[in-house]
Design a protein around this ligand. Structure first.
Ligand SMILES: O=C(O)CCC(=O)C(=O)O
Ligand SMILES: [Fe+2]
Length: 379
């Protein structure tokens, strides 16, 4: 987010586009053809533009039992049956990311979706091309899709299509942005795991673009199992004894300040998570801190906490050898596992006619499981 989850700078106020209505006649191609503002009436996805209703308030989230769909695929005779007929399956990097052509996600049955969840858990990032059917099915389908994987999260501050608070939108055009811009930073890169401040942050997450710039606006991913493995066993053993505070306060304050959409739908929370978490299905351990939401290490002196976190963030920043970069082509749908990866938007576009409009479906998963059984998260 600031990705939209990030600390964003809304350069101008809410877009005039919000008042637009869909045109049944519009056949605008959804990508590569960014449309000028004067033609926004014809925007094919106008009904999915971000809205920020002021009267929307939700109570605190309550705990729930998450049953991971990937676990159901573990005992399957062929857990990759759902991609048996793919025309191409390419590993983006040895340790992170698989790109698949020739599989229609929208037609996957329950069993196929479970298998998909297992592949996403194993590869961290899975990119599906040519998913026009999925994208064209629209918001009710997106919600039904997401509910297969867990309870859908409603974002406390981001824009959503009118009537669909469970869809988190990223948006930028010539007039406005609801993500990623920090006018005081040398970079738009903000590594994060989505809404990690929640008690039960997301697992499998689905994201796609409805419109995209002609070039640029790729998304970066990194493998947090690999970033952990690069550290010495002695240091990892120490990290496993630690837990950290993740906070949604800064994000809410940013919204309250009037930048972004100006709404806070749910009071911000802070939660404590293990610095090294264990995946509930694969059992793999991963580093679970991020520059956007992780604030301090519990129990350490301030300088100790600041320096260790800074070291870990620098380590993540420098991990080009465990990262992958998704280039968006029209009708691409990407899934990542927020438990064992981190990601960042790249804001390298923004010509006067460029629009980038994305939607995220964000099911929550389990409370992060500490890699070290003895870690007490209640204290
Ligand atoms: O826009 C992007 O490339 C990433 C957006 C993002 O971080 C998110 O929606 O979680
Ligand atoms: Fe994100």
């Amino acid at each position: 987010m600031s990705s939209v989850e990030t600390i964003t700078q809304v350069t101008e106020s809410i877009p005039a586009a919000l008042s637009l209505r869909p045109s049944a006649k519009s056949q605008e191609n959804n990508a590569q053809e960014a449309q000028p503002t004067s033609q926004e009436e014809a925007y094919r996805y106008a009904r999915l533009l971000p809205a920020f209703p002021k009267d929307e308030h939700y109570p605190a989230l309550t705990p729930f039992e998450h049953v991971d769909p990937a676990a159901r695929a573990l005992g399957h005779a062929n857990p990759r049956a759902f991609i048996d007929n793919a025309t191409s399956i390419v590993e983006l990097t040895p340790n992170l990311g698989t790109e698949i052509h020739g599989v229609n996600l929208a037609s996957l049955d329950s069993d196929g979706r479970d298998q998909l969840a297992l592949l996403v858990a194993q590869r961290g990032l899975v990119v599906f091309r040519d998913q026009q059917d999925f994208i064209d099915r629209g918001p009710d389908f997106y919600l039904e899709w997401g509910r297969h994987f867990g309870r859908l999260h409603i974002h406390p501050t981001s824009g959503h299509p009118e009537g669909y608070p469970e869809l988190h939108l990223v948006y930028r055009d010539a007039k406005s942005t609801f993500n990623f811009e920090r006018d005081d930073s040398i970079t738009s890169t903000v590594w994060h795991s989505d809404v990690s401040y929640e008690l039960q942050p997301p697992g499998l997450t689905t994201f796609f673009l409805l419109s995209q710039p002609k070039t640029g606006g790729d998304t970066l991913f990194t493998n947090q199992e690999s970033t952990l493995k690069k550290l010495s066993p002695q240091f990892v053993a120490f990290l496993k004894t630690l837990k950290a505070v993740h906070s949604g306060v800064e994000q809410a304050n940013f919204s309250r300040s009037g930048r972004r959409g100006g709404v806070v739908r749910r009071e911000p929370v802070e939660n404590v998570h293990p610095i090294v978490r264990k995946h509930p299905v694969t059992g793999q351990e991963s580093l679970y801190v991020n520059r956007q939401f992780t604030k301090r290490i519990v129990g350490l002196k301030r300088e100790e906490s600041e320096n260790i976190l800074k070291f870990l963030y620098d380590h993540i920043d420098k991990g080009g050898d465990v990262q992958a970069r998704v280039h968006w082509t029209p009708n691409t749908v990407v899934l990542w596992d927020n438990r064992n990866t981190a990601h960042s938007a790249i804001v390298d576009y923004g010509g006067s006619k460029e629009r980038r409009h994305g939607a995220r479906i964000t099911p929550q998963a389990e409370r992060p499981i500490p890699a070290f059984d003895g870690l007490d998260l209640s204290a």
